[in-house]
Design a protein around this ligand. Structure first.
Ligand code: NAP
Length: 255
């Protein structure tokens, strides 16, 4: 097999949470371009932009409306993927939220909501996918969307920092426990990307200029910037890469 063939995802099936917009949409499009069929998950009633993007690559798209604040929907997500495609090969845990407030005033509600979506559901959805991978007997790929806050402290986002630091730790733990089954667990830590999640930051002219000035690449990322790393981590090209969080940040962490 030639080296570029290792990156192909033909015949593979992937779940992408938060596929309707932002980074999840960019990742779903990238995986479909590489050959994967996609089950998208999100809170919205539909994900028509993602559906169009995946189908225009000649791949199949199914969607499940689910709120990952609770873990009740998790068994059904796996069942839907297996019913639609016959198997599951890749899980991208992308859905995530952020709450901003001074740590002195931070509420329990803002703590729980972020931890539930960004960390607890990520763990239990990965557990359910890993069980399916083990049942199939041919390994699988877990890809978590971490953050710069998996490496840095940040300000005014305590639950987000706790959750994303937890994602980096769990990525290593999952590799330690599940590599023996041919499962790879890796994470991508995006730098500053232009999505709804960063709308407030970008709208603040002073903060925007400060951030852009610190990014060695001199610009914010766009969802397309993540697709190559996602395809790599979903493919056989990364079979010996496990437990690692890769920063895709225009050089931010090296500064
Ligand atoms: P976004 O544009 O705000 O999109 C968030 C996505 O997550 C949406 O598709 C949303 O679904 C889904 N989602 C949120 N809460 C959910 C819930 N309770 N149940 C199901 N789906 C839920 O954010 P984004 O920037 O693309 O962020 C995607 C991931 O990257 C997040 O984990 C975020 O923390 C991480 N990240 C982003 C940046 C950045 O600069 N943008 C940097 C580092 C890390 P609906 O559309 O259906 O609501």
């Amino acid at each position: 097999m030639g080296i570029l063939d290792l990156f192909k995802l033909d015949g593979k099936t992937a779940i992408v949470t938060g596929c309707g917009r932002g980074l999840g949409l960019g990742i779903a499009r990238g995986l479909a371009e590489a050959g994967a069929d996609i089950l998208g998950v999100g809170r919205a009633l539909e994900a028509s932009e993602c559906e169009k993007a995946v189908e225009s690559c000649g791949r199949k798209f199914h969607y499940m409306e689910a709120d990952l604040k609770s873990q009740k929907c998790i068994p059904e997500i796996i069942e839907k993927a297996v019913a639609a495609f016959g198997r599951l090969d890749i899980l991208v845990n992308n859905a995530g939220i952020i709450r901003r407030a001074d740590s002195l005033d931070f509420t329990g509600e803002d703590w729980d909501e972020v931890m539930d979506v960004n960390l607890k559901s990520l763990f239990f959805l990965s557990q359910a996918a890993a069980k399916q991978f083990i049942k199939q007997g041919s390994g699988g790929k877990l890809i978590h969307i971490a953050s710069l806050l998996s490496f840095q402290g940040g300000v005014r986002i305590p639950s987000y920092t706790a959750a994303k630091s937890g994602v980096r730790g769990l990525t290593m733990l999952m590799a330690n426990e599940w590599a023996r089954y041919g499962i790879n667990a890796n994470a991508i830590a995006p730098g500053y990307f232009e999505t709804d999640n960063t709308q407030a930051l970008r709208a603040d002219a002073a903060r925007n200029a400060e951030i852009t000035g610190r990014i060695p690449a001199g610009r914010w990322g766009v969802p397309r910037d993540l697709a190559g790393t996602a395809v790599f981590l979903a493919s056989a090209a990364s079979d010996y890469l496990n437990g690692f969080t890769i920063a895709v940040d225009g050089g931010w962490l090296g500064r």
